[in-house]
Design a protein around this ligand. Sequence first.
Ligand code: NDP
Length: 406
Amino acid sequence: MSKVLIIGAGGVGGVVAHKAAMEKQHFSDVMLASRTLSKVETIAAEVEQMHGRKLRTAQVDADDVPQLTKLLKEYKPQVVINVALPYQDLHIMDACLEAGVDYLDTANYEPLDVAKFEYSWQWAYQDRFKKAGRMALLGSGFDPGVTNVFCAYVQKHLLDEVHYVDIVDCNAGSHGKAFATNFNPEINIREVTQIVRHWEDGRWIESPAILDDASIHFKFDYPQAGAKDSYLLFHEEMESLVKNIRGLERIRFWMTFSQNYITHLKVLQNVGMTRIDPVDFNGQKIVPIQFLKALLPDPGSLGHNYTGKTVIGCVFEGAKSGGEFFRKYIYNVCDHAECYKEVEAQAVSYTTGVPAMIGAMMMLKGVWKGKGVFNVEELDPDLFMDELNKCGLPWQCVDFDGFLPE
Ligand code: NDP
């Protein structure tokens, strides 16, 4: 029996539920639980209709540790796949320790009242997970997740020293809405309005946020999608990769944003709609970004009529032991419409949900095992890379002779 509990019934949770149902030999018993039961039931009905499998369902507030612990003790899963929001990470880790269950997520913890995401809070659980003999796998989505696995693969097979990594993330899709975010709007907007950081020569270097006129961007020529403006952005996987990839001299993260997205976000920020602190409105307190989330399209609903592709990967520069230099580019291309046909989701949810499912599969099979808290690049990449090819996210590895800024 391989039992998993998926927490979160949003865009990503839906994909994990579909894909786990499709991989019956690895996931023999699946429960989907979230805060709003109707969303869980809608996904479960879709899964049954499309893949002929019944999921167990439950309502749970993952911030209520005793309530979640009770559910875990009753259902007794081997692994919890946390695809709720980063605010829940620590509570779900607490419940997993209490109930003796392994843990996996796709995004690092973020406090509700400070727009700041970093691994320190979750790495602080190292001793508790070790002592309990349990495993916590952090960041098993696409980025973080697959990008970290690409780094581990290059370090294992292609380069003895990885000097430079540039993660390049492109969504060249069109959802037909005036403005929408491809994953949870609150988390997305908090992420992209931050001061940018990249790592070079042993230290973090700050540069202006993407909405600033002085932001750093250039056109990267993406396979199948063509040249797209790509903005320097801080992204969480860099924090663990600088610790775990040998000889790293520089790591940067670039993401495409359309002018339309930037213009909308600038206006929203200028009028105060992206604020995360409570403001008084008609005698009650509201948090503007939470109100904005309620107005924006649900990322899980964008899949219908979404066209175009995502192209996400990493460019590596480094040396073999003989001193020979290489530039390699490993990437995946994913088609929004194809994802919708398969699991009724757009490609951003798909590229996150599939690696979450594969990470859990690695843990259930005992391919990835250990006691403590792990980032995915600390584990052997080979079988994960094979499963990407089998489960809908095939990758290419090519020599890179394109342009990157110095
Ligand atoms: P959604 O907002 O669509 O879904 C989040 C789900 O979590 C909702 O169903 C929500 O319930 C549920 N939830 C929120 N709070 C609780 C709670 N206290 N208890 C139980 N359930 C709760 O987000 P996405 O699906 O777009 O994203 C999910 C996660 O994936 C996020 O953490 C995001 O940062 C991460 N992500 C990671 C990426 C990667 O590549 N690594 C890329 C994209 C996303 P309700 O419906 O009641 O609000």
